[in-house]
Ligand binder design. Structure first.
Ligand code: FES
Length: 275
């Protein structure tokens, strides 16, 4: 008996490894809406972050001298173009227009987010349309997974996680140094924003899937590793909301930076509680 023949291809998009369906999709709901929102969210962050990362070459709206507020987009500020007081870790990068002042950390933060398991799902669907939604055909004829360049770099996520841990410590250090006023100790609304931002960044970082594997993976018996088990349950708890932390921290990063820009530029005064 001869094997059944595949139906002829119509106007749909086909892959040799996937079922042939004549229509691109049979879904009648607004399956494209989440994709659209995701793209808009990413575009807003990328445009904002790019403008802000390079703006410091012309406007010093990243540092509030009176209160020692430093925006996370410029931390650590290691360019010779940085305001000297904002450079807590020295100045060793050349001051050239195409190099952000925090160019030593920004690429790692970008790589950490780009290789994040949640963001992968989001941009594979929304940007690459691969596929754009469940039961909607993708425009690509083949699928090679993350087995060759450039996508094989996704497997380095845990190493970007290690670097991001260090950067989170630096952000925490910045937030502590910011309890400052011209007369010594002080704090204001900027401190609240910086501290909330850094706590949320820690939550997002520690809710990472790689972190979960690092603290609880490769064990045969949790009963013999109670400390690691405890950490694993905490990370697992955070991990259930990893998508939310991913989006919330994009928002709080922009809000924190925006607030510091407003205060630094003189557009508004910081609301001071002490000092
Ligand atoms: S999986 Fe999202 S940060 Fe690691």
């Amino acid at each position: 008996m001869s094997a059944p023949t595949r139906p002829s291809q119509g106007t749909g998009v086909f892959s040799p490894t996937r079922a042939d369906v004549l229509e691109r999709t049979l879904r009648t709901d607004k399956w494209w809406l989440p994709t659209l929102w995701t793209n808009l969210g990413f575009a807003a962050f990328v445009i904002y972050a790019t403008v802000r990362a390079f703006m410091g070459h012309w406007l010093q709206w990243y540092w509030v001298a009176d209160y020692h507020y430093l925006t996370p987009f410029y931390s650590p500020c290691v360019s010779t173009g940085c305001v000297a007081e904002a450079s807590h870790f020295g100045q060793f990068l050349p001051n050239v227009w195409w190099l952000p002042f925090a160019a030593i950390t920004l690429p790692f933060l970008l790589a950490f987010r780009l290789t994040c398991y949640y963001y992968r799902k989001a941009y594979y669907r929304s940007v690459w349309q691969s596929p754009p939604a469940c039961a909607v055909a993708e425009p690509h004829p083949g699928y090679t997974g993350e087995t060759r360049l450039p996508l094989i770099i996704q497997n380095a996520h845990r190493y970007f996680f290690y670097v991001t841990l260090i950067i989170s410590v630096i952000n925490t250090y910045d937030a502590i140094l910011a309890f400052h006023s011209p007369s010594g100790f002080g704090f204001g609304l900027g401190n609240v924003i910086l501290v909330v931002n850094v706590i949320l960044l820690w939550i997002y970082t520690l809710s990472c899937h790689s972190c979960r594997h690092i603290v609880g993976g490769r064990l045969k018996h949790f009963s013999k590793h109670p400390v690691r088990y405890w950490f694993w349950t905490q990370v697992s708890f955070l991990n259930t909301r990893h998508m939310q932390w991913a989006w919330i921290t994009l928002g709080t990063l922009m809000l924190t930076d925006f607030y510091i820009m407003l205060v630094s530029s003189g557009a508004m005064n910081d609301l001071r509680f002490v000092g």
